[in-house]
Design a protein around this ligand. Structure first.
Ligand code: BTN
Length: 254
Protein backbone atom coordinates (compact mmCIF):
# COMPACT_ATOMS: atom_id res chain seq x y z
CA UNK A 1 0.00 0.00 0.00
CA UNK A 2 1.44 3.35 -1.04
CA UNK A 3 0.63 6.69 0.57
CA UNK A 4 1.77 10.22 -0.04
CA UNK A 5 1.72 11.07 3.66
CA UNK A 6 1.01 9.12 6.84
CA UNK A 7 1.51 9.72 10.52
CA UNK A 8 3.82 6.70 10.67
CA UNK A 9 3.99 3.64 8.44
CA UNK A 10 4.47 1.51 11.56
CA UNK A 11 1.40 3.02 13.21
CA UNK A 12 -0.63 2.52 10.01
CA UNK A 13 0.38 -1.12 9.58
CA UNK A 14 -0.28 -1.81 13.26
CA UNK A 15 -3.78 -0.37 12.84
CA UNK A 16 -4.38 -2.63 9.84
CA UNK A 17 -3.27 -5.72 11.80
CA UNK A 18 -5.20 -4.85 14.94
CA UNK A 19 -8.37 -3.38 13.46
CA UNK A 20 -8.80 -4.95 10.03
CA UNK A 21 -7.30 -8.45 10.47
CA UNK A 22 -6.94 -10.85 7.51
CA UNK A 23 -3.32 -9.90 6.98
CA UNK A 24 -0.41 -11.83 5.51
CA UNK A 25 3.37 -11.79 5.65
CA UNK A 26 4.88 -9.29 3.24
CA UNK A 27 2.05 -6.78 3.59
CA UNK A 28 3.79 -3.46 3.11
CA UNK A 29 2.94 0.15 3.89
CA UNK A 30 5.10 2.76 2.21
CA UNK A 31 4.79 6.56 2.50
CA UNK A 32 6.60 9.42 0.77
CA UNK A 33 6.64 11.34 4.05
CA UNK A 34 5.57 10.83 7.68
CA UNK A 35 4.20 13.45 10.03
CA UNK A 36 4.84 11.44 13.21
CA UNK A 37 7.61 9.03 12.26
CA UNK A 38 8.82 7.14 15.25
CA UNK A 39 12.21 5.83 16.27
CA UNK A 40 13.24 3.45 18.99
CA UNK A 41 12.62 4.30 22.63
CA UNK A 42 9.98 6.89 21.86
CA UNK A 43 12.25 9.04 19.75
CA UNK A 44 11.04 10.97 16.72
CA UNK A 45 12.09 9.95 13.20
CA UNK A 46 11.92 13.09 11.09
CA UNK A 47 10.73 12.13 7.64
CA UNK A 48 11.35 14.61 4.80
CA UNK A 49 10.44 13.59 1.26
CA UNK A 50 13.00 11.74 -0.83
CA UNK A 51 13.79 8.93 1.61
CA UNK A 52 12.38 5.46 2.23
CA UNK A 53 9.76 5.03 4.97
CA UNK A 54 8.34 1.54 4.90
CA UNK A 55 6.80 -1.03 7.22
CA UNK A 56 6.69 -4.69 6.28
CA UNK A 57 4.69 -7.36 8.07
CA UNK A 58 6.57 -10.47 9.21
CA UNK A 59 5.00 -13.44 11.00
CA UNK A 60 6.42 -13.62 14.53
CA UNK A 61 8.13 -16.88 15.46
CA UNK A 62 6.18 -19.31 17.70
CA UNK A 63 8.62 -18.50 20.53
CA UNK A 64 7.84 -14.81 20.86
CA UNK A 65 11.10 -14.19 22.75
CA UNK A 66 12.83 -14.80 19.40
CA UNK A 67 10.96 -11.93 17.68
CA UNK A 68 13.87 -9.46 18.13
CA UNK A 69 15.90 -11.67 15.79
CA UNK A 70 13.79 -10.23 12.97
CA UNK A 71 15.36 -6.82 13.55
CA UNK A 72 18.76 -8.36 12.87
CA UNK A 73 17.40 -10.13 9.79
CA UNK A 74 16.29 -6.72 8.53
CA UNK A 75 19.68 -5.16 9.30
CA UNK A 76 21.60 -7.72 7.25
CA UNK A 77 19.03 -7.43 4.44
CA UNK A 78 19.44 -3.63 4.31
CA UNK A 79 23.21 -3.95 4.46
CA UNK A 80 23.17 -6.34 1.50
CA UNK A 81 20.63 -4.25 -0.43
CA UNK A 82 22.83 -1.16 -0.18
CA UNK A 83 25.67 -3.06 -1.89
CA UNK A 84 23.35 -4.06 -4.72
CA UNK A 85 22.31 -0.49 -5.56
CA UNK A 86 24.12 1.12 -8.51
CA UNK A 87 26.87 3.55 -7.57
CA UNK A 88 28.47 6.13 -9.84
CA UNK A 89 31.73 6.50 -7.99
CA UNK A 90 34.44 3.92 -7.54
CA UNK A 91 35.02 4.20 -3.81
CA UNK A 92 33.09 1.46 -2.05
CA UNK A 93 31.45 2.86 1.08
CA UNK A 94 32.05 1.05 4.36
CA UNK A 95 28.58 -0.17 5.30
CA UNK A 96 28.44 -1.46 8.87
CA UNK A 97 25.89 -2.77 11.35
CA UNK A 98 25.50 -1.03 14.69
CA UNK A 99 23.81 -2.85 17.52
CA UNK A 100 20.97 -3.49 17.69
CA UNK A 101 19.56 -2.62 14.26
CA UNK A 102 21.18 0.47 12.72
CA UNK A 103 23.12 0.67 9.49
CA UNK A 104 26.01 3.10 9.19
CA UNK A 105 28.04 4.26 6.19
CA UNK A 106 31.55 5.32 7.09
CA UNK A 107 30.36 5.66 10.70
CA UNK A 108 27.28 7.79 9.93
CA UNK A 109 23.69 6.55 10.26
CA UNK A 110 21.92 5.84 6.97
CA UNK A 111 19.17 3.52 8.20
CA UNK A 112 17.15 2.95 11.35
CA UNK A 113 14.96 -0.08 11.98
CA UNK A 114 12.02 -0.23 14.36
CA UNK A 115 10.42 -3.66 14.89
CA UNK A 116 7.16 -3.55 16.83
CA UNK A 117 4.84 -6.35 17.91
CA UNK A 118 1.19 -6.46 16.85
CA UNK A 119 -1.55 -9.02 17.44
CA UNK A 120 -4.47 -9.65 15.10
CA UNK A 121 -8.00 -10.56 16.14
CA UNK A 122 -7.15 -14.28 15.96
CA UNK A 123 -4.45 -13.59 18.59
CA UNK A 124 -1.72 -14.25 16.04
CA UNK A 125 1.49 -12.29 16.64
CA UNK A 126 3.21 -10.25 13.96
CA UNK A 127 6.28 -8.08 13.75
CA UNK A 128 5.73 -4.71 12.09
CA UNK A 129 9.18 -4.09 10.67
CA UNK A 130 9.67 -0.37 10.18
CA UNK A 131 12.64 0.69 8.06
CA UNK A 132 13.79 4.23 7.34
CA UNK A 133 16.62 4.71 4.83
CA UNK A 134 18.08 8.10 3.97
CA UNK A 135 18.38 8.42 0.19
CA UNK A 136 18.53 12.17 -0.35
CA UNK A 137 17.53 14.07 2.71
CA UNK A 138 19.55 14.08 5.86
CA UNK A 139 17.82 15.10 9.05
CA UNK A 140 19.40 15.03 12.44
CA UNK A 141 17.34 12.43 14.24
CA UNK A 142 18.22 12.10 17.91
CA UNK A 143 20.97 9.54 17.83
CA UNK A 144 24.52 9.21 18.94
CA UNK A 145 25.49 9.00 15.29
CA UNK A 146 25.52 11.80 12.73
CA UNK A 147 23.26 11.08 9.75
CA UNK A 148 24.17 10.44 6.15
CA UNK A 149 22.30 9.57 2.94
CA UNK A 150 22.99 7.16 0.09
CA UNK A 151 23.26 10.03 -2.43
CA UNK A 152 26.27 11.35 -0.50
CA UNK A 153 28.04 8.08 -1.28
CA UNK A 154 27.43 8.01 -5.02
CA UNK A 155 24.22 5.96 -4.89
CA UNK A 156 21.68 7.44 -7.28
CA UNK A 157 18.40 5.67 -6.77
CA UNK A 158 14.70 6.05 -6.02
CA UNK A 159 12.60 4.82 -3.09
CA UNK A 160 10.79 2.41 -5.47
CA UNK A 161 14.03 0.82 -6.63
CA UNK A 162 15.36 0.54 -3.07
CA UNK A 163 12.14 -1.21 -2.07
CA UNK A 164 12.46 -3.73 -4.89
CA UNK A 165 16.03 -4.61 -3.92
CA UNK A 166 15.29 -4.53 -0.20
CA UNK A 167 12.22 -6.79 -0.29
CA UNK A 168 14.16 -9.36 -2.34
CA UNK A 169 17.02 -9.31 0.15
CA UNK A 170 14.66 -9.44 3.14
CA UNK A 171 12.81 -12.41 1.66
CA UNK A 172 16.13 -14.23 1.20
CA UNK A 173 17.38 -13.56 4.74
CA UNK A 174 14.03 -14.46 6.33
CA UNK A 175 14.28 -17.76 4.49
CA UNK A 176 17.83 -18.37 5.81
CA UNK A 177 16.69 -17.46 9.32
CA UNK A 178 13.78 -19.88 9.24
CA UNK A 179 15.81 -22.69 7.67
CA UNK A 180 19.09 -22.30 9.55
CA UNK A 181 18.15 -20.37 12.68
CA UNK A 182 19.66 -17.20 14.09
CA UNK A 183 23.22 -18.52 13.67
CA UNK A 184 23.12 -17.64 9.94
CA UNK A 185 22.02 -14.08 10.70
CA UNK A 186 24.47 -13.68 13.55
CA UNK A 187 27.34 -14.74 11.27
CA UNK A 188 26.36 -12.19 8.61
CA UNK A 189 25.76 -9.43 11.19
CA UNK A 190 29.09 -10.15 12.87
CA UNK A 191 30.80 -9.78 9.48
CA UNK A 192 29.62 -6.18 9.23
CA UNK A 193 29.40 -5.39 12.98
CA UNK A 194 32.08 -3.90 15.22
CA UNK A 195 35.49 -5.61 15.36
CA UNK A 196 35.99 -7.73 18.44
CA UNK A 197 37.89 -5.65 21.01
CA UNK A 198 36.83 -2.31 19.50
CA UNK A 199 35.19 0.24 21.77
CA UNK A 200 31.41 0.33 21.61
CA UNK A 201 29.20 2.89 23.35
CA UNK A 202 25.50 2.25 23.91
CA UNK A 203 23.18 4.99 25.13
CA UNK A 204 21.00 3.67 27.93
CA UNK A 205 18.35 5.30 30.12
CA UNK A 206 20.86 5.11 32.98
CA UNK A 207 23.53 6.77 30.80
CA UNK A 208 25.98 5.59 28.20
CA UNK A 209 27.70 2.26 28.67
CA UNK A 210 31.06 1.88 27.00
CA UNK A 211 33.06 -1.28 26.67
CA UNK A 212 35.08 -3.50 24.42
CA UNK A 213 32.91 -5.44 21.97
CA UNK A 214 33.03 -9.15 22.80
CA UNK A 215 30.38 -10.38 20.41
CA UNK A 216 26.73 -10.97 19.71
CA UNK A 217 25.15 -13.64 21.88
CA UNK A 218 23.12 -16.45 20.36
CA UNK A 219 19.90 -14.48 20.92
CA UNK A 220 21.22 -11.15 19.64
CA UNK A 221 22.27 -9.75 23.04
CA UNK A 222 25.27 -7.41 22.96
CA UNK A 223 28.26 -8.65 24.95
CA UNK A 224 30.55 -5.94 26.26
CA UNK A 225 33.60 -5.98 28.48
CA UNK A 226 33.27 -2.80 30.55
CA UNK A 227 35.42 -1.36 33.30
CA UNK A 228 32.86 -2.72 35.75
CA UNK A 229 33.00 -6.20 34.26
CA UNK A 230 31.19 -8.15 31.58
CA UNK A 231 27.81 -6.83 30.47
CA UNK A 232 25.06 -8.55 28.49
CA UNK A 233 22.59 -6.11 26.95
CA UNK A 234 19.43 -7.84 25.84
CA UNK A 235 18.16 -6.93 22.37
CA UNK A 236 14.58 -8.01 23.11
CA UNK A 237 14.31 -5.59 25.99
CA UNK A 238 15.65 -2.74 23.90
CA UNK A 239 13.36 -3.45 20.96
CA UNK A 240 10.14 -4.62 22.59
CA UNK A 241 10.50 -4.04 26.34
CA UNK A 242 11.06 -6.77 28.90
CA UNK A 243 9.13 -10.01 28.36
CA UNK A 244 8.69 -12.95 30.73
CA UNK A 245 11.39 -14.69 28.69
CA UNK A 246 13.92 -11.90 29.01
CA UNK A 247 14.28 -10.94 32.65
CA UNK A 248 13.90 -7.23 33.32
CA UNK A 249 16.95 -7.42 35.58
CA UNK A 250 19.08 -7.35 32.45
CA UNK A 251 17.05 -4.61 30.83
CA UNK A 252 18.91 -1.76 29.29
CA UNK A 253 18.12 0.42 26.29
CA UNK A 254 20.05 1.67 23.31
C1 BTN B 1 15.58 4.27 14.98
O1 BTN B 1 16.73 4.26 14.53
O2 BTN B 1 15.30 4.83 16.05
C2 BTN B 1 14.49 3.55 14.21
C3 BTN B 1 13.90 4.43 13.15
C4 BTN B 1 12.84 3.74 12.33
C5 BTN B 1 12.17 4.68 11.33
C6 BTN B 1 11.19 3.96 10.44
S1 BTN B 1 10.65 4.97 9.10
C7 BTN B 1 9.44 3.80 8.69
C8 BTN B 1 8.87 3.27 9.98
N1 BTN B 1 7.79 4.10 10.45
C9 BTN B 1 8.09 4.73 11.58
O3 BTN B 1 7.33 5.52 12.17
N2 BTN B 1 9.31 4.41 11.98
C10 BTN B 1 9.93 3.45 11.08
Amino acid sequence: MTFDSLDSTNAALKRIVELEGDVHEGLMVWAATQTAGRGRQGRVWTSPRGNVYVSILVAAPPEIARAPEIGFVAAVAVQEAIFELPRHNAAEPKVSCKWPNDILINGEKVCGILPELATDDSKRSWVVLGIGINLQAVELNPSAYPPTALSLHGVDTTPAHVLTVLTRSLHKWLHHWREQGFAAIRKQWTGCGPAVGSTVAVGLPEGAVTGDFVGLDEDGALLLDTRKGKRRIVAGDVLFGATPDSPAGETVGD
